[in-house]
Design a protein around this ligand. Structure first.
Ligand code: GDP
Length: 455
């Protein structure tokens, strides 16, 4: 995967030109390689966490004036010797310096190789390493907070504690195997059962947190639908007016669906296929057409808008019925209340569970935003909870849960110690997959290849 005898090099800042570029070296020879091209102080004799001004030269040819930051092993991101060269951000200079460092013995880093080394050297566990990637990709306050929380170990600490307790029991059960003839029980079954119950409950709540965690990380897929002229595009514009999120690329987005992203209280709502609304044609707009239904089934939240002045109760109910989809939460919005009398509005509020707005006059748009937020997030977000955001973790947790249920069933039906030990080990295995106590090359390859080069 990575030969840690080798010293790796890569640009850590985005490629292209910028004010500065930071080139990062990591590995046993990082400092000596940097020294071999540096004119200034002798870097090999400097303290860790110091910065030095000098120039980088290929023999006599000076390439740039730079600042060199030194991190001496193990006090660095990778726990290896790390040197960061801050040079002027010209693509030409950066490429020349990297080529020179390679000539002097470094090798180009692969995607995620710095973080892979940090993981292999025990600087962080696997879920923390994955949080690094999530943090870099975070595009809203909530996704940044969740990633940061995971990076700080909140998630894996909890799992590690559970795992340790289970390991204790596994060893007691294993001990029983050595005394098979004597029919002893070192592992108190009641205690084991209680622990397994407790762990299963916690795992269960982690599994449940995925829905919210994923919404925070990926954004909440949202569709605005309604009959032609209900006011969908007017509403879209009113919503996006102030809150349009600055997002260039969201993971999992296909390029051919045009999306707008609305940020409400730190959560991104991805408004799916807004092109359909913007360039409205009757074919696309008609409720009940295939396309609308497809959009709705891909979404988590449906904002159904109707013209409160035009539509009859029967038509409304018919729409609501035909748009109902399992797993999609619907928010009903009565629009154009500026055309209604106060009495009509009051009636509407009494008879319908709808949010009443005027998209055109921007009445109650903030109420609608709050409603959208609370409908999607409910009251689940307190800011401190552990949330699972990673599909790999979700799968491992689900497998852990299955094995724990086997353990519980096993205890209840008094199965022999060897079967019990096997089931506990299985659960431990899946728990370990999350934090990286149990890994395979394929798994690591899969995770770290998704990182950018230089991280
Ligand atoms: P869409 O077909 O659902 O996208 O509807 P539009 O947003 O294009 O709106 C259709 C018409 O209704 C336009 O003339 C809008 O100006 C008008 N409209 C939209 N919202 C309101 C509203 O809140 N009040 C009033 N009076 N007119 C509105």
């Amino acid at each position: 995967m990575t030969n840690t005898e080798e010293t790796i090099v890569a640009l850590a800042t985005p490629s292209g030109s910028g004010a500065i570029g930071v080139i990062r070296l990591s590995g046993p020879a990082a400092i000596t390689i940097a020294q071999s091209v540096f004119k200034g102080k002798d870097l090999t004799k400097q303290e860790s966490h110091t910065i030095h001004f000098g120039s980088i030269a290929d023999d006599d040819l000076v390439l740039d004036e730079v600042l060199v930051s030194l991190f001496v092993a193990p006090r660095s991101y990778t726990r290896e010797n790390v040197v960061e060269i801050s040079c002027h951000g010209s693509a030409y200079i950066i490429e020349s310096i990297i080529k020179l460092l390679i000539k002097k013995g470094a090798r180009s880093a692969k995607a995620g190789e710095f973080t892979l080394r940090a993981f292999l050297n025990g600087q962080m566990d696997l879920s923390q390493a994955e949080a690094v990637a999530d943090l870099i990709a975070s595009n809203s306050k909530a996704s940044q907070q969740v990633a940061l929380n995971q990076l700080r170990g909140g998630f894996s600490n909890q799992l590690k504690m559970l795992r340790e307790q289970l390991v204790n029991f596994a060893s007691l059960v294993e001990l029983e195997l050595d005394f098979a003839e004597e029919d002893v029980e070192f592992a108190n079954r009641d205690q084991l059962k209680k622990l397994t119950h407790d762990i299963t409950r916690i795992i269960g709540s982690l599994i449940q947190s995925f829905e919210l965690g994923n919404a925070i990380k990926m954004g909440v897929n949202t569709v605005i639908a309604g009959r032609p002229n209900a006011g969908k595009s007017t509403l879209l514009n009113a919503l996006l007016n102030e809150e349009r999120a600055i997002v260039s690329h969201l993971p999992g987005t296909t390029r051919d669906t045009i999306e707008e992203v609305l940020n409400i209280h730190g959560i991104n709502f991805r408004l799916i296929d807004t092109a359909g609304i913007r360039e409205a044609t009757d074919a696309i707009e008609q409720i009940g057409v295939q396309r609308t239904m497809e959009k709705i089934s891909q979404s988590a939240l449906l904002v159904y808008v109707y013209d409160a002045q035009q539509i009859s109760l029967a038509e409304l109910n018919q729409d609501l019925e035909s748009l109902q989809k399992p797993g999609v939460v619907m928010l009903v919005v009565a629009n154009k209340i500026d055309l209604l009398s106060q009495e009509e509005i009051d009636n509407l509020l009494h008879s319908q569970q709808a949010v009443v707005i005027s998209a055109k006059e921007k009445f109650h748009i903030d109420d609608l935003k709050n409603k959208i937020y609370h409908t999607a997030i409910k009251d689940k977000l307190t800011g401190n909870e552990t949330l699972v955001t990673n599909i790999r973790h979700l799968e491992a947790l689900q497998k852990t849960e299955e094995s724990l249920i086997k353990v519980l069933n096993g205890i209840d039906s008094n199965i022999t110690s060897d079967f019990l030990a096997t089931d506990i080990k299985q659960a431990l295995h899946y728990l370990g997959e999350i934090t990286g106590t149990v890994t395979t090359d394929d798994l690591l390859e899969n995770i770290f290849s998704k990182f950018c080069i230089g991280k």
